[in-house]
Design a protein around this ligand. Structure first.
Ligand code: DC
Length: 223
């Protein structure tokens, strides 16, 4: 069995950063499953495919040749790392991700990431659907206002303007859709460790998770 650590939760909780830190520390592979749905949404918007057109979207999903290279996200030789990080693509990704057939089409591709020596996988349903046997499951949560504020700062640092109020509205809408969808809704697995990062820094969250790794997968840290 290849060990897998799953990190699920809504956007803006620091899941991605935590995944990278953990994968680096353990020398394991990292899977950013949200990038997959974002890349699919990007292709759909480019090709003018309706975000409710499950049939066509499923066809696109089956042929989606996403690669994680040089720390970025690539599709057909194009570096999409920046292009898929916009709010527009985030909301579109949440819509394409609501179709059960689309999710099914991306399942094998995600599971193939479980390779030696181990995998850290970040998303919404890593612990509940994609890797239900994972020995360590983390569910990272934070209040919507805190997540919106973090996003607001990130956008400002990039020189992009944003409305904090609009970000809160968008985050709530995306959460509601991700949590209420029938297939693989956003929720902690029964055996997940839930961490509320609203008042925690990234290093604090990292230390907390490392303590869990030491407890559940002691060999992973001794290598
Ligand atoms: O993690 P993220 O913000 O990059 O994800 C973008 C959208 O993709 C998110 O709103 C819901 C969807 N998603 C999903 O449904 N399942 C996953 N495992 C990852 C992301």
């Amino acid at each position: 069995m290849i060990p897998v650590i799953t990190i699920d939760g809504p956007s803006g909780t620091g899941k991605g950063t935590l995944m990278q830190l953990l994968a680096q520390r353990l020398g394991w592979h990292a899977l950013d499953s949200g990038a997959l749905y974002r890349a699919l949404a990007w292709v759909a918007l480019q090709q003018g495919v309706g975000l409710d057109d499950a049939l066509v979207l499923t066809g696109l999903a089956k042929n989606l040749a996403v690669e994680f290279r040089q720390g970025g996200v690539w599709l057909n030789g194009e570096d999409l790392s920046e292009a898929i990080r916009t709010e527009e693509i985030g909301l579109a990704a949440s819509r394409v991700a609501a179709h059960p057939q689309v999710r099914a089409a991306l399942l094998d591709w995600q599971r193939a990431w479980a390779r030696p020596p181990g995998l850290v996988a970040d998303g919404r349903d890593m612990g509940t659907v994609v890797f239900p046997e994972a020995p360590l499951k983390i569910f990272l949560d934070a209040a919507p206002e805190v997540r919106a504020e973090r996003r607001y700062k990130q956008l400002n640092e990039k020189g992009l303007s944003a409305s904090l109020h609009q970000l809160i509205v968008d985050i709530r809408a995306r959460d509601a859709r991700d949590r209420s969808r029938l297939t693989a809704p956003l929720r902690p697995a029964q055996d997940a460790i839930v961490i509320d990062s609203s008042r925690m820094s990234i290093p604090e969250v990292f230390e907390r998770v490392l303590a869990e790794v030491r407890r559940v997968l002691p060999d992973a840290l001794s290598q």
